[in-house]
Design a binder for this molecule. Structure first.
Ligand SMILES: [Zn+2]
Length: 328
């Protein structure tokens, strides 16, 4: 049976009814609704199978394809675009005092979490997919950060935590994978401390889903590559990513407002540099060779920073970073 440190046990609650959990011989049992939570691959599992089928599909995809994502991350993490905008949202979190308790939802392979652990934060890493969480834990162990974080399998729309538990919560490229982003933001607000902050990292904007992606698909069809490419895409892209339409500025503002956040800031995350990153990653996949546009991406970043300050253009970046504040 896995142990749980006292601090984590004090904030863990039943995700269904928020009542206390008791540990018996091999599971955590809710004292109120009697729901029972067991471990999967060595992690406490708060995911419930009687949920939206999309969540189960995401859980399976990100576990089965973990080797593909490990390989892709090798390419991504060298990209100046990727590094610049990850550094920016991590620096938003670094405004919290050292030792603050941070929750990551959808931690994936755990690279952003490793950065925060190195900066002296206490961290609860969560993901819906056991395969990803296992890699995050292994990465932290390889980086000499073993035992510094907790790891839980969690549904981001039903959080297994006490109200007002965390100083900061962040999710990177995760919100658009959820059937109900609003439900997730409400849960996040519930478990944030009164002055807590939520950081969203690199969420896609809507416009490219309505322009670039359909036009790209048409070009591929003209090139006669569409049928094989379509099979390839449904193989490597998760169901949620295939269905995603991104978030416009208004979408995000309404979500934050309806979830009850006091105020928020939307921060453009890439124009030209993001397009170059997209061309390089998609081009590499389609042409089956390693395309890197790092020098161009590097030149584009200061231009993008300037574009993001223009009144109209600041609503049309490729991706968003965002900060939302629970109160005042
Ligand atoms: Zn319960």
């Amino acid at each position: 049976m896995m142990g749980i440190d006292n601090e984590l046990m004090s904030i863990l609650k039943c995700p269904s009814c928020h009542a206390d959990l008791r540990m018996n011989s091999s599971s955590l049992v809710c004292v109120s609704c009697a729901n029972c939570y067991t471990d999967v691959q060595g992690f406490w599992d708060f995911f419930s199978t009687d949920t939206h089928s999309l969540k189960q599909a995401e859980r399976d995809h990100y576990t089965e394809k973990v080797d593909y994502y490990l390989q892709m991350h090798h390419a991504w993490c060298l990209s100046p675009f990727y590094r610049h905008y990850h550094r920016k949202f991590l620096n938003e979190l670094r405004r919290l005092p050292q030792g603050a308790l941070i929750l990551e939802l959808g931690c994936g392979l755990g690279h952003d979490g490793a950065e925060l652990l190195r900066s002296g934060y206490r961290l609860v890493e969560t993901d819906i997919a056991p395969g990803q969480l296992l890699e995050a834990k292994k990465l932290h162990e390889r980086c000499g950060l073993a035992g510094k974080s907790s790891y839980l399998l969690v549904d981001a729309e039903r959080l297994p935590f006490e109200d007002e538990s965390f100083d900061g919560i962040f999710m990177v490229a995760t919100l658009h994978h959820l059937p109900s982003p609003l439900q997730s933001l409400k849960e996040i607000r519930r478990v944030l401390k009164p002055k807590g902050i939520l950081i969203l990292g690199t969420e896609p904007n809507t416009w490219q889903h309505r322009t670039i992606y359909p036009i790209g698909g048409m070009l591929l069809r003209l090139m006669g590559r569409r049928s094989s490419e379509r099979e390839d895409i449904s193989e490597r892209v998760s169901q949620a990513d295939q269905q995603a339409e991104g978030f416009s500025a208004i979408d995000l503002e309404l979500l934050f407002r309806d979830a009850g956040f006091a105020h928020w800031e939307l921060k453009p995350a890439g124009y030209l540099s993001a397009a170059l990153f997209f061309i390089a990653t998609e081009g590499s996949q389609i042409l089956n060779r390693n395309i890197r546009l790092f020098a161009l991406e590097r030149m584009a970043i200061p231009i993008d920073e300037a574009l993001g300050r223009l009144p109209w253009l600041r609503r049309y970046p490729w991706h968003w970073n965002a900060v939302a504040y629970k109160r005042g």
